[in-house]
Design a binder for this molecule. Sequence first.
Ligand code: F6R
Length: 262
Amino acid sequence: MRVRIEPSYFEMSNVAAKLIAAQLRRKPDSVLGLATGSTPLGIYRELARMHKDEGLDFAGVRTFNLDEYYGLAPDHPQSYRYFMDENLLRHVNIDPKNVHIPGGIVKDIEASCSEYEASIREAGGIDIQLLGIGRDGHIAFNEPGSSLGSRTRLKTLAQETISDNARFFKSLDEVPRFAITMGVGTILESRHIVLLASGVEKSDAVRLAVEGPVTSEITASVLQLHPKVTVFLDEAAAEKLKRRDYYKYVEAMRQKVGQAEV
Ligand code: F6R
C-alpha cells in the first residue's frame, strides 16, 4: 500500500488526476472504476480540464461506477447516474455505450447485479478503481460487517451513511435506505486501486483502514491485502496516521530513485 500525503485537497486531486491521465495515455481503452460523492469532484474537474485543454481522449475508455441508490431513476438529480453526467461524463468525449452504472430501478435485482459483474468481466476487468471512504470505513456501500468476499448486490445503508448523505437531499426522509453496490470482492479484482480521503472527519477511518487490523468492521482495511493500492490523502485526513512521517519519507526516497510516478 502506497500512502501519498499531499498538502491540500486541490493538490491531492490533481496528482490523482495525473495518474489517471497517464493510464489513459498508456492504454486508451482503459477500464476505469469510478466513485461518486464529494471526494472525487476535484479529480473529475481536472480530468475535464485536461480533456478540454490538452485533448485527453476518452473515446475508447470504458467506465464502471461503484454504486447507485436503489429506487432512484437515472434522471433523479441525486442519482449517481445524474452525478456522473453532471460532473464528468458530459464534459469529456466518452461514448455513452461505454458507461456502466448499476441500475437504481430494476425488476430483478439479482439478475441485474450478475449482469453488472459479467459486463466488468467482459470488459477485461478494471484497470484503475477510484474509491472514497465513508466515516464508518466503508468502500462503495460495503458497510461495516459486509463480507470481504462480497459481489455486486443490494445493500442496506448504515445510519451514519444515511445521515452523511442527507446533505444532498431536502430532508433525511428522502435519503434512500438501500444501494446497489459492487462488493468488496469485486473491488479487490481491480488491477490498481486508488483510495482518496480528504478532511479531518475521515482521519479515524483512514487510520483504521491503513494501519488497523484487516476486518469487515472497516471494509477499507481489506485493501491491505491487495498488491497495488495507492492512498491519496490531504494533510487533515492523514493527521491520525502513526507512520505519517515515514510515508512522507518513502515518497521523498522514491523521488531520488526516479520512482515518484506510479
Ligand atoms: C460513492 C461511494 C462511497 C463514497 C463515500 C465517501 O460512490 O461509493 O463509498 O466514496 O461514502 O463519500 P464522500 O466522498 O462524499 O465523503
